[in-house]
Design a protein around this ligand. Sequence first.
Ligand code: ADP
Length: 473
Amino acid sequence: MSNRLLRRHHDYMTLVHCRDKAWGGHASTRILSILISAISVGVAVPGPWWIACVTAMSIGWGLETAFYRWLSSKIDNPDSLAIADLAWIKERTIWAITGLVVIYALPFLGLAIAPHPGPVLGLIFACGSLLVICGQHVLDRKMVYWTLPVIMIAAILCAYRLADGWVAYLLGFLAFLLGVNTVVLSGASVRSAEELIEAQGQALRLADELDERVVQRTRELEAAAKAAEEANKAKSRFLANMSHELRTPLNAVIGYAEMVGEDVRSGDMGSVASDIDKIRNAARHLLGLINEVLDISKMEANEQVCRPSQFDIRTLAQEALDAIIPQAAAQETNCHIVFAEGLHTQAYNDEGKLRQCLLNLLSNAVKFTSKGTITLACRTIGDRDEFIAFEVADTGVGIDPQDLSRIFMPFYQGDNSLTRTVEGTGLGLAISQRLARLMGGDLTAQSLPGEGSVFTLTIAQTIDASKTEAHAA
Ligand code: ADP
């Protein structure tokens, strides 16, 4: 809850508190007391004094009822009340209550000059009113200074009339002291009302905070549940892919091994050498797959470190591109390499890991591009050219926006995988991104479906010693 809302709550509750105190259960006792006081004046005090008291009581009662209705109509619709409205209502309420006190008290103030027991009745009325002021005139600390004077004057004058000489002064002074006590006590009442309202505000604020935390926690739990579900789906997809990926080369190994066996047994050695080559290729493919899975599990366990060495960026980039040119050519795709002007040719980082990343990106570009163009661009970035960026851009199928945020998750394969003919494991990008970060950089992607993709791999030109093998050891 903001400070403004708290302030509004405070002002509103003060008004409600004041209304409920003044016109709650106590209202009937108060009005009955005024009525009995007026009747007592009629019965006990000679002369027409009672007429003034009864008239004042009737006017006061009528005005009080009208004011109570007005105030309730205002504060029973809290939603429409701004802070300024509440201040305005509060001010009007103080004026109205001051007016009512004056109306009720004036005839009793007049009793000071009435025959006995007029002053006694006036004093009793004034004392009762002081009690009411202590408990009810607590809209703010200054309210009592508006409502008290007329009652205090009535009390002092009536007390003064009860005796002669110095005793009259003494009684007047005691009545004055009653007034002073009323001011102090009403101050204490205001403070306790404020504390109560403050505590309510605090409770509301805490309830709000709790609500917010519950909402936030629920959101986090939902996100975590969704991520866990995603990860689970990705793992299932991975298992299906892996079994397929493993089965194909294993079937090849078994099939060709059987053929080699039959050939050896029959003495026909003509195709043995080429069959053994096929067995070796299938086994290499299997080994590559298993290495990828091992790589990612090592990275998840934070066991990968950099093995830095000095190497030539241009040579490495050219070699990586050369490796995919035959496959790209088979798909009628052109390959280009662009080196930015002023590119540092030397880097001190993990050459093997950088090669692995570039090959991953370039072979993906080939997989998803046919009859298009693949461009590998290299440049330096950073204030002091401290990073090297490799941009692999293709004009292939592109990636759907909803896949783009997930392709770096291990085992995730985008929707475009459904339409492609070459299998994969969904590990290449996850591995490459982790390797890029290990090399002090990052891997990001931009893509438009149907238009192509751009993968930007950055690495530190000189790797930070904390990420190297020596440091890890
Ligand atoms: P794999 O290629 O083995 O499935 P990767 O981690 O290398 O796994 O890629 C994850 C997914 O990202 C791919 O399945 C594919 O949907 C998408 N992707 C990667 N590179 C490209 C690209 N150049 N063009 C289009 N989609 C790509």
